[in-house]
Design a protein around this ligand. Structure first.
Ligand code: UDP
Ligand code: MG
Length: 314
């Protein structure tokens, strides 16, 4: 099978049939073998009923994975990739904000350029409020400054990749998933193409500002242990400052006729020094916790794209 479309669906009863029609129109015309992998993420509406109807009526390859409750889009994408059979896997939303025509173009690029492993779409123009846009931009700047993994501004989960990439994504078994980071972490050659986000066909976005904020924090924590190093930096700074304070006070007492070195001035120094040493201690513990945290995710130590064996072993 050439292509699997992985479609996470949460309360999309009005959209799944429309999505199905739009997708089949495009891919039937392309003429290749494909399947639609719908993941019903514990919808409270009749999404599952609509999907079963499509499954019963349609000649197309439709696979449905229905969750026991709402596990979130990340879990839905993971399940979809796990069950996808295609040589190429595409992550796409059910609300037609991302057009299947763009997927056909992604597939074309992957066919044309064998060295490419992934074609990802990024939002050409953000169609959202200035405030939200500002927060999203700030998030990308922040995460890029604290993480070794690179995050492309505006890049979404909307992308098509080869089986090798899909297998690598599945090999990252971490529970708190942040796909934008995972897809960047696994490496491979990725081409970014601009796309215009469409309006939602029906229903409304499941992402409130609060949910987005929590997701952003999850992303930073999943791909950076920099926050754990904050006490270490503050501790070093405070210890250094306390010593500067002591030297400056002693100097001032020596040169000034009116100031004497009192117990009060000494206490200020001691409070700063002890505070600094405590922060330093917490920071050192933080460094070890960071290592344990990284290890506990059990990420692969490396991902090989290709292994070429010696000629005489072939
Ligand atoms: N979605 C999901 N589980 C959730 C939230 C969303 O599977 O808990 C799906 C949703 O049905 C849609 C996609 O993820 O297909 C993107 O969601 P949405 O359109 O709400 O996000 P936005 O486009 O506003 O970023
Ligand atoms: Mg949407």
């Amino acid at each position: 099978m050439k292509l699997s479309l992985v479609v996470p669906c949460y309360n999309e009863e009005q959209n799944v049939a429309l999505f199905y029609r739009a997708a089949t129109n495009v891919f039937d015309a392309e003429g290749y073998d494909y399947e639609l992998v719908f993941v019903n993420d514990g919808s409270a509406d009749n999404t599952l009923g609509e999907l079963k109807k499509l499954h019963a009526e349609s000649e197309h390859n439709i696979r449905i994975i229905s969750f026991s409750r709402n596990f979130g889009k990340e879990a839905a994408m993971y399940a979809g990739i796990e069950h996808a059979k295609g040589e190429l896997v595409c992550l796409i939303d059910a609300d037609l904000q991302q057009r299947p025509e763009v997927v056909a173009y992604m597939v074309k690029r992957l066919d044309e350029v064998p060295e490419l492993d992934c074609v990802a779409a990024y939002q050409h123009e953000r169609r959202e409020s200035g405030t939200l846009s500002f927060f999203k931009k700030s998030f990308y700047n922040l995460i890029n400054s604290v993480s070794d993994t690179k995050f492309v501004q505006g890049a979404s989960d909307f992308r098509t990749f080869r089986r090798s990439v899909a297998e690598s994504v599945l090999s990252m078994g971490e529970y708190h998933r942040f796909s934008k980071g995972i897809l960047s972490w696994v490496g491979f050659n990725t081409e970014y193409i601009p796309y215009d986000v469409q309006d939602r066909v029906a229903g409304e976005s499941k992402w409130s500002f609060k949910k987005l904020f929590k997701y952003a924090i999850d992303g930073i924590i999943a791909f950076s242990t920099a926050p754990l190093a904050i006490p270490l930096v503050l501790g070093i700074a405070l210890c250094a400052f306390s010593v500067i304070y002591l030297l400056a006070t002693l100097f001032w007492c020596a040169v000034s006729y009116y100031t004497t070195f009192t117990i009060g001035l000494l206490l200020v120094f001691l409070v700063m020094l002890i505070g600094g040493l405590q922060l330093l201690g917490i920071g050192i513990v933080g460094k070890y916790i960071a290592k344990i945290y990284e290890q506990s995710k059990n990420r692969p130590i490396y991902i090989a794209k290709e292994i070429i064996e010696p000629k005489n072993e072939e």
